[in-house]
Ligand binder design. Structure first.
Ligand SMILES: [Zn+2]
Length: 159
């Protein structure tokens, strides 16, 4: 079998006094993601999808939030390290499809920068990285701007 599919999901609280990092891009906003690392919800979902595709566990197993080494770490480094685990097993990324779920701010102006940065890390082109966004129509914790979520699916091919 030459192909493996993986799925990832992540959530973070939105709080004052933190930066908002999504997809490797810092987005100007009154609140930011709460977490041990930079709390980049999209990069974490993609990491989990990559790990899931090869049944390697989850991001918490590889980068525990009890380890001070990961305090405020740039999640692009976590994505690079996750991708190394994939490459070691002779897999490459075919494509990523993802959705960010948040009420505010609007992120459409940042999507191309996210695609470029993620594509570079995963050795694909920006066209291979799909990033969509939705709200929850003001319902629930996302609608109340208490938090945000991201979902990601990846396809890997063994070379
Ligand atoms: Zn996370």
């Amino acid at each position: 079998m030459n192909y493996r599919i993986g799925f990832g999901i992540d959530f973070h609280q939105l709080v004052e006094g933190r930066d908002l990092w999504v997809g490797g891009v810092k987005i100007p906003f009154a609140k930011g993601s709460m977490g041990h690392s930079d709390a980049d919800v999209l990069l974490h979902a993609i990491c989990d999808a990559l790990l899931g595709a090869l049944a390697l566990g989850d991001i918490g197993k590889h980068f525990p939030n009890t380890d001070s080494a990961y305090k405020n770490i740039d999640s692009k480094i976590l994505l690079e390290r996750t991708f190394s685990l994939i490459k070691e097993r002779k897999y490459t990324v075919v494509n990523v499809d993802s959705t960010i779920c948040l009420e505010n701010p609007k992120i459409k102006n940042y999507v191309s920068a996210m695609q470029e940065g993620i594509a570079k890390i995963l050795s694909v082109t920006p066209e291979d990285i799909s990033i969509k966004a939705t709200t929850t129509e003001k319902m629930g914790f996302i609608g109340r701007e208490e938090g945000l979520a991201a979902y990601a699916t990846v396809l890997l091919e063994r070379k």
